[in-house]
Design a protein around this ligand. Sequence first.
Ligand code: ADP
Length: 438
Amino acid sequence: MQHNWSRYLRIIVIGLAAATLVGLYFGQPLYGLTAGLIVYLWWTLVQAKRLYQWLGNPAAADDAPQSIGLWGDIFDNLHKLHQSHLRTQDRLRAQINRVQESTNAMRDGVIMTDAKGAMEWWNGSAEYLLGFRRNTDHGQYIHNLIRTPAFKTYFDSRDYREPLEILSPAKPHIHLQVQISLFGDDDRLIVAKDITRLYQLEQMRRDFVGNVSHEMRTPLTVISGYLETLVDNAEDLPPKWRRAINTMSAQSSRMEALITDLILLSKIETGEQTVNDSPTDVNLLIEQICHDAKALSGEKEHEFSINVKDRRLLKGDESQLRSAFSNLIFNAVKYTPARGHITVTWSADREGAHLSVKDTGIGVDPIHIPRLTERFYRADPSRHKDTGGTGLGLAIVKHVLLNHDGNLEIRSHIGEGSEFICHFPRERLVERVPEKTE
Ligand code: ADP
């Protein structure tokens, strides 16, 4: 390039020198030089005009203008640059088309929005699943098209670790699982998956467990009734039968407890027992449950402390809350050795209301904590076999809290006791109406 540049300079200088010599031949070297400069300037202007016209609309002509010398090289280089630009453009367009084709072939709905939720692009499945329209919905805010409040809260939360389940706004029989990812400049990639089949299977499972438990309850009540009568009249029985009858009676009571818990869990899960959001006096509830828990503790003589740090009421279903809190407090009794300490605290702060049940019992290894609320999960079956639990207590607690927009926190270490904390949102707290004095 450097080499060409000095060649061009040389040609220009030689040209101007030749023009000066021709001028000198006529006795006017300055006129010759001036005429040379004018010719060169004119030629440069003509080339600049051609370049200007071509740059204004390079697509109109296939090739860049042709020329010689410096301008020829400029045109050639620009032509090469333009060609490589076109090739890159074609390659990128092909790649974008391919990505769009593949996302269009996906069965999941894919939507791209900006940070505020304005829709930029979506695939065919999103049109089918969510009812978006290609011609009219571009640039619309997604919250205006998916009007479920839970979706808006999820979109704004920026915490997308867990997916959200909603009903399709266009086809209410379709259950969707929505997962958002952040990309680019705070933009959102939303993937909506049709989980209707999975939902129906889950519903069938719940119904099946609920129905079977119901059907088993009546025969079991009859068997338990007879066994109880036999136990009450044990002295009339031959001694070899007494132990068997006692064991059968204990096991049938256990089965009854299991069936009661299964029915309760299936009711809470299926929403058959709808959450009745009336104000519940948690203080009173704790006192009543602790009273029963002392009876359960019996000879183990646990020491109970009740701390009530907030007098407000909790909006919720009293019977569901009673099941949840009693499961936690009875568990504390079951898993705490004799004369251990059990502390129940009801408090509230900026984040919400909290019910904590803390014991000085056997505790659990933290590796089991994430799975404790699964049905029939036991941290260490060998250590817990005599507690007579159904294995469903914490699953019930978890579902009751889900129904109340809350969650369960578990802190525990082997040999150091455990703490189970139920967190409720602040909006569920209501002031106690002062009692009227006559
Ligand atoms: P279970 O009927 O077996 O008590 P739960 O669902 O109530 O069933 O509890 C599940 C498991 O969690 C228990 O088997 C036990 O291992 C553990 N667990 C629950 N509460 C406590 C506690 N207070 N201390 C230690 N372990 C506990």
